[in-house]
Design a protein around this ligand. Structure first.
Ligand code: DGL
Length: 264
């Protein structure tokens, strides 16, 4: 038996959308989920700040939790720091990058929206994905810190105002060609957690896509042949910025198999 966990990393609770997909495919996978709540939010930070913080923190976390693999369950951290993390650590690192390729496979109108954080949507990484996989599409981008806050609030059990989701989507639909968007990439791991709210606020039916199922398959591929514990083990949630105060969030963590909470 091999008890080494898979370590999932995000600035907040967004990476739970990735953990959920991975758990569905690999139910016996032991997991440590780290929310860098002391550094939250990432999406409004500079490339320099993210580039300095994420590799150093992941180095410390790898020493402490000895994972078999790390998943950077955050588009902002991945599009800025994935290469630096990979070269600093001697273990497999899976990143989360905007699912533009998946969106291009589905879009009939060839107009795709990319909804991410401000930091993600300005990355050259996104230009590159659009050029490689969606060169015949209009790829419209919008960055929203408010949508990250809404997802965090929802998981704390707070009611969120539907008008705020509509205002965020306006940032895509009101761009030239925006009225023809038929597919939106949730390019921030927080956003699948509020997909129902986004769907309800969209001016017409839209398909939302994200990378979580692809990441789950990638974890399965990279750990093929490895042993897992015989029975699922309670996972650990780690917060760098103080323990979560919301009972609703603690209950949600438990639903994702994260029965123990620790602070760093
Ligand atoms: N969940 C993160 C992402 O996928 C970022 C949220 C934030 O801290 O701004 O980009």
């Amino acid at each position: 038996m091999d008890a080494r966990p898979v370590l999932f990393f995000d600035s907040g609770v967004g990476g739970l959308s990735v953990l959920g997909a991975a758990r569905a495919l690999l139910p016996a996978m032991p997991a440590v989920y780290v929310a860098d709540s002391a550094g939250f939010p990432y999406g409004t930070k500079s490339e320099q700040e993210i580039g300095a913080r994420v590799p150093a923190l992941l180095g410390r976390l790898a020493e402490r939790y000895r994972p078999r693999l790390i998943v950077i369950a955050c588009n902002t951290a991945s599009t800025i720091a994935l290469a630096a993390v990979r070269s600093a650590l001697d273990l497999p690192v899976v990143g989360t990058v905007p699912a533009i390729k998946v969106a291009a496979l589905h879009s009939a109108t060839r107009v795709i929206g990319v909804l991410g954080t401000d930091a993600t949507v300005r990355q050259p990484y996104v230009d590159d994905l659009a050029a490689r996989f969606a060169s015949d599409c209009h790829v419209l981008r919008h960055g929203s810190a408010d949508l990250v806050s809404l997802a965090e609030a929802k998981l704390r059990g707070e009611a969120t105002d539907p008008a705020r989701y509509a205002a965020i989507l306006d940032g895509l639909f009101r761009q030239p060609e925006g009225a023809r968007i038929d597919t939106i990439v949730n390019a921030c791991t927080h956003f699948p957690l509020v997909e129902r709210e986004l769907q309800a606020a969209a001016p017409h039916p839209v398909r939302f896509v994200d990378g979580s199922d692809g990441i789950a398959r990638r974890i399965a591929f990279l750990t093929r042949g490895q042993l897992w514990p015989d029975a699922p083990r309670p996972g650990l949630a780690v917060f760098t910025g103080g323990a979560p105060q919301s009972p609703s969030l603690v209950a949600t963590l438990a639903r994702y198999g994260l029965g123990t909470v620790e602070t760093l």
